[in-house]
Design a protein around this ligand. Sequence first.
Ligand code: PHE
Length: 416
Amino acid sequence: MVRFLPCLRRPFTTATKAHLGGSYIRDDYTNITTRILEHVGLNLHLQKNHPLNLVHQRIINYFHETFTLSSKPVFSIFNELKPIVSVNQNFDSLLIPKDHVSRSKSDCYYLNREYLLRAHMTAHQAELLAGGFKNFLMIGDVYRRDEIDRTHYPVFHQVDAVRLKSRDELFPNACGHIFDKSVSTDYDGIQAKQECHSVEAVKLMEEELKNTLLGLVKSLFGDVKYRWVETTFPFTQPSWELEVFYNNDWLELLGCGIMKHHILTNAGVHDNIGWAFGIGLERVAMCLYKIPDIRLFWSKDSGFLSQFNLCDINQSVTYKEISQFPQCINDISFWLPDNVEFSSNDFYDLVRDNGGNIVEQVELIDNFVHPKTKKISHCYRITYRHMEKTLTQEEVNRVHQRIGDAAREKLLVEIR
Ligand code: PHE
């Protein structure tokens, strides 16, 4: 579908090219929007005194303090990797099946069939392994099409890590093996391990992985209640999620697991076993500093940024609301087009493009099929709120009208 960019095979404009560091030919997969492109290169995690920079630095420090060899840090840091990656990097190299939902156009921002804005930092794992790195952190901005509310934004930041171990490192007394020829996947009764690995090697790796992550959580949040939840990722097995009990709620903090051995062998690493994890920075910062809305991270307001100008990055800070301006709520209802694919994420992007950062939340509040015509109707509630001033109803009406016009024109809906 070429709803956003009707003109096929038109290269991006020069301005866009500079932004992207190359030229990409549009095709039927192109769904990236100018608004999203404007976030590329901002690197909030590298901006001094930014809350994401503080969290990023605290995570790096924790790894440097926890893992040293002859007083040198064990982990290499990659925090300036460019966010445009190939489909191979983001998915194939991580053994993500061809029909996996995470590849869909309604979940990712594609430049074209071959390139997209990375949807996770794990996209760089295989290339760094192939480059000979054994212990590394990958930190940067990731891009996902998603719903709109106070905790979701299409651009966010992640820290991913990889740690490999050889037989000598894992069994210093030479009394164990990483690999096992029995091809059994029996592990702990619930989760299966990979056929090639020995139970003893996986146990040791699991223990180090979990201890490392609990140590990290402790260094950030102090003593909190936590639980491990079994899960699956295409690139790790076994896999877990770590949830912490924070502000009276279980919060999913990170995903992790034992790296799929095929990823290592494809990268030319044959005699090691590895663990990996990925953690979202906004989530950590929102909890740590009690930041109520994810859009605040993009604020250039000194009232926001100055609160994170700390002498000691480990200092505890609680964000003080700059001020609370009123919300303005407007609904929009339309009939979906016949015979044309429609996904709510297309509408969310359109709202972002036309409403910018005054959109706080978009919710699908009604969805019904007309009994006679079989036409589908959606009603969305759009909550507008400016972070720095009170919006007038007229201002909001103009934006709301623009969203309706754009939806009619680009998504071919019929406004009710
Ligand atoms: N890439 C996963 C995500 O974005 C996180 C992850 C990284 C899980 C590495 C396991 C290992 O959710």
